[in-house]
Design a protein around this ligand. Structure first.
Ligand code: KG4
Ligand code: ZN
Length: 361
């Protein structure tokens, strides 16, 4: 697919309901790598899920239903637009929790049908992958490291709609590993930021934890073994002090970051050197400072530039969905009202299935 030469202004409503954030936004696309966020509202369901230590699909779907219509109205008001001012509606159609996806996609279909607007069914991973077009005016090709609670992937982003999956996790996602570590140590959900906070007071060399997959030829990931090793160490301590928790958090974070840096270095070497040397990081774990510092060092060493969208656009949001929808619409791509939500939807259909316990597409 060639770069778009469509400079027609497009105003898109974007709806995101694939996990535990209900989000709606309006984005104006002025041209290639030229967009403005007119409004961007996120309603997090953190409180609904905190008591369970993780996202409960049924609770998530109900919570999306309860707030989505009001959120869409608010986001249009903030953008100073009525539905008639829109050029299209985009919604996440996968991958994600099916109940939540249905809420967002069905709402988008209803708006599209009622207002005779084009519908764009957006792949959530593609939206993360293209966000730097909106935030950094960066166009493909680039290498993407996506690290969130649901996904851990290394992708060659060659063009809009053209992705090469280089590596994926064979079991847990990186954010999930942080969250499970936190839960194990009795820290609140979501665990990632809390593990990072505790790690600051800790000794990262105290516990010698494994670096799963490090040195392997393919840049895949695995975090289940690391989590198990951490649990054994914690159990071996008997009564756990605050300092033990800090040391466990620091040692876990060090091991996890070492693995991500090793895997990213492998992807850099695999990813055609003919491409410009740009590394983009997206997903909630991109907020982790130890990881970011490690990636900065790696990029310096390998001659890559590092691009990390601002935190609010790294985590799930509606603006990235609207922008991905606009990128597709500008290329004449839209979807029928019969488009079905997909719990799994790999970005690279040619990627060989990675084998492992709970493989994420
Ligand atoms: O992208 P995101 O907001 O939601 C999805 O999973 O799609 O990512 C949330 C994940 C959670 O697992 C959370 O614990 C993790 O990102 N996270 C962090 C940090 N901030 C968020 N993990 C490590 N360090 C952080 N500072
Ligand atoms: Zn996400």
């Amino acid at each position: 697919m060639t770069a778009s030469n469509d400079n027609r202004e497009l105003r898109l409503l974007g709806i995101e309901t694939s996990c535990d954030e209900t989000a709606a936004a309006v984005v104006l696309r002025r041209g290639p790598a030229n967009g403005v966020i007119l409004s961007n509202l996120v309603r997090s369901q953190l409180h609904e899920h905190a008591a369970f230590g993780g996202v409960v699909p049924e609770i998530a779907a109900r919570a999306h239903v309860e707030v989505l219509d009001v959120l869409i109205k608010q986001t249009l008001d903030e953008a100073d637009l009525s539905m008639d001012g829109l050029d299209g509606v985009a919604a996440t159609a996968g991958p994600g929790l099916l109940g939540g996806l249905l809420v967002g996609l069905t709402t988008a279909k209803a708006i599209a049908a009622a207002r005779r607007l084009p519908l764009v069914a957006v792949n959530h991973l593609e939206a993360h992958a293209l966000t730097v077009g909106l935030t950094d005016a960066l166009e493909p090709p680039y290498l993407l490291l996506l690290v969130s609670g649901g996904h851990t992937q290394l992708l060659g982003v060659e063009d809009v709609g053209a992705y090469k999956r280089l590596g994926t996790t064979l079991d847990d996602a990186l954010g999930e590993a942080f969250d499970k570590t936190a839960k194990l140590l009795g820290l609140p959900y979501p665990g990632g930021p809390e593990v990072e906070r505790r790690a600051r007071e800790g000794d990262e060399t105290r516990f010698d934890l494994p670096r799963p997959m490090a040195g392997r030829a393919e840049p895949h990931f695995s975090f289940a073994g690391l989590k198990t090793a951490l649990r054994r160490r914690a159990e071996g301590l008997g009564a756990v002090t605050d300092q033990d928790i800090a040391d466990l958090c620091a040692s876990f974070q060090r091991a996890a970051c070492d693995v991500v840096i090793d895997r990213t270095a492998t992807a850099m070497a695999l990813y055609s050197p003919a491409f410009e040397k740009k590394l983009v990081v997206a997903g909630g774990v991109a907020a982790n400072r130890a990881l970011r510092e490690g990636l900065e060092g790696l990029c310096d060493e390998k001659g890559f530039t590092l691009h990390v969208p601002p935190a609010a656009l790294c985590t799930d949001n509606g603006a990235m969905i609207a922008w991905a929808g606009a990128e597709r619409l500008a290329r004449g791509l839209s979807n029928g009202l019969d488009f079905a939500a997909r719990a799994r939807w790999p970005l690279d259909p040619d990627a060989a299935p990675a084998t492992g316990a709970g493989v994420k597409a």
